[in-house]
Design a protein around this ligand. Structure first.
Ligand SMILES: Cc1cc2nc3c(=O)[nH]c(=O)nc-3n(C[C@H](O)[C@H](O)[C@H](O)COP(=O)(O)OP(=O)(O)OC[C@H]3O[C@@H](n4cnc5c(N)ncnc54)[C@H](O)[C@@H]3O)c2cc1C
Length: 442
């Protein structure tokens, strides 16, 4: 059957010959043994790069979902690979457990998010992949490997961040923690003061991030801190329904698309409309912030992002984050490009998955977004040069132009990863054109 698939932003499309939707591990193995290559698994299509594209077989794992069991003493849970993070939250909650950290949205399938190094923010908190203590993998031969620190440890270290290039994950074991509530607050602050105080904010808050429209003088701070206060339940918007704030952003994007000279005033307007001013002399304990919400963690982390965009993100050494974002902002103001979205600045702790952007390095991630109706190539190209100057490693799911020889210089275990991949998949069953390019395979 020929059908069309497209990613969240609508810029990546695929016309696979076959679609497969196995709902058991045995069915996944059967598809892998018999289906036409390249075989790519689609999580929930939230990647901006063509990782999922396939002209052969596209596999979805929507039927392979749910928590299998949990271990109370170890605080771990075994989870089927196709479970979305959104569905996972309440299931874990019922068992008294929660993920240690989460990213901006929760629409992704767990295996899709883990496989690309998806992360949230927190000075001592790693990416989702760093919380994986084991997984099961269907390899190109149709064999099933159990991978953890004791069994197949090399596949465990290589596979946690491997974007479906080693095989199909069918289940993951995640390190969790007892349920917890988070209070959110934030405010506006001049960007130069934020950059001076980022480490103070990082150390005083479990989660700290900021957004900055480069044409605005203020940045928008967001803090999440653990609390014993009673959380309020959150009402999520139905799929596709736009919040009022989304409508304002979309309206601003559409105006600035046709009237680019308004991009500066609109960015300043969106900044001032987004929150009250944070007194320059305020302390880092957040006391001066107006507390907004207290929620259970799985309801506190995700935002509803309904205005579509394309995104590039690099992880740079944590110390260099402030200088890097300052330079990126300056470039964006001067380069003449038409853009409206803010930059996002987050902290991620180092880990040890071979291809993790945070491999052995505490990092700051800086994200740049472009409205989905506008081209991004020129804007991203100029910024990528800056990211690379700061020894940046790109997010695997977000737009970049690096190829194998570039990754070789960024990842000490790059060659080990390639050898292991060839051993597991000698004929390249899981490689599409894009993966061949970034992995340096003919
Ligand atoms: C609105 C939005 C917000 C985002 N916010 C964040 C954020 O806060 N932090 C962050 O780090 N990233 C973020 N991302 C990026 C996103 O987390 C990644 O793109 C993630 O990989 C998407 O998961 P997915 O389930 O949609 O996977 P897909 O995009 O569908 O797939 C991602 C990769 O995983 C592979 N894969 C999927 N399932 C399996 C499996 N069972 N076995 C093996 N391989 C598999 C796919 O083949 C592909 O290579 C965001 C993206 C969007 C669109």
């Amino acid at each position: 059957m020929t059908d069309v698939w497209s990613n969240w932003s609508g810029w990546v499309k695929a016309w696979p010959q076959n679609l497969a939707a196995p709902s058991t591990e045995e069915e996944v193995a059967e598809v892998v043994r018999t289906a036409q290559a390249p075989i790519r698994v689609a999580g929930r299509g939230h990647s901006f790069t063509p990782l999922v594209e396939s002209s052969g077989t596209l596999m979805t794992l929507w039927g392979l979902a749910g928590v299998i069991d949990h271990d109370e003493s170890a605080q771990t849970a075994r989870i089927k690979a196709g479970t979305t993070i959104r569905d996972l939250g309440p299931e874990l909650f019922e068992r008294g457990l929660a993920l240690v950290n989460q990213g901006d949205v929760d629409r992704q399938a767990l295996a899709g998010a883990v496989g690309t190094g998806t992360h949230g923010t927190g000075g001592t908190l790693g990416s989702l992949s760093s919380a994986v203590t084991g997984f099961r993998l269907v390899t190109a031969s149709g064999d099933i490997l159990t991978c953890n620190a004791n069994e197949n440890p090399d596949v465990f270290d290589a596979g946690r961040v491997s974007f479906g290039s080693l095989g199909v994950m069918t289940e993951l074991t995640m390190k969790c923690r007892p349920i917890y509530a988070l209070e959110e607050d934030g405010g506006r602050m001049p960007i130069e003061e934020v950059l001076r105080r980022v480490e103070e904010f990082r150390d005083a808050n479990r989660h700290f991030e900021f957004f900055w429209f480069p044409f605005a003088k203020d940045a928008l701070l967001k803090f999440l801190r653990e609390t014993d206060e009673e959380p309020k339940r959150r009402r999520r918007l139905p799929d596709g329904e736009l919040a009022r704030s989304d409508k304002v952003v979309m309206w601003a994007c559409d105006i600035s698309r046709f009237l680019p000279f308004l991009r500066g005033p609109l960015q300043r307007f969106l900044t001032s409309a987004s929150g009250s001013r944070y007194a320059a002399s305020a302390g880092s304990d957040g006391a001066e912030f107006q507390k907004k919400k207290v929620r259970w963690s799985h309801e506190a982390f995700p935002s509803d992002r309904n205005v579509r965009f394309n995104e590039m993100e690099y992880a740079v050494p944590a110390k260099r984050g402030p200088d890097c974002i300052r330079e990126v902002g300056e470039h964006m103001r001067k380069c003449g490009a038409n853009f409206l979205f803010p930059l996002e600045f987050r902290y991620v702790a180092g880990d040890d998955a071979w291809l993790s952007p945070f491999y052995k390095r505490d990092s700051v991630t800086i994200s740049v977004h472009q409205y989905h109706k506008q081209p991004y190539d020129e804007l991203f190209a100029g910024i990528e040069t800056i990211f690379r100057k700061y020894e940046g490693r790109p997010h695997w799911a977000k737009i970049h132009t690096l190829v194998a020889k570039d990754f070789e210089a960024l990842y000490p275990r790059w060659d080990d990863f390639r050898s292991l991949r060839r051993r597991l998949d000698p004929t390249g069953k899981f490689l599409n054109t894009y993966l061949k390019r970034i992995l340096g395979e003919a």
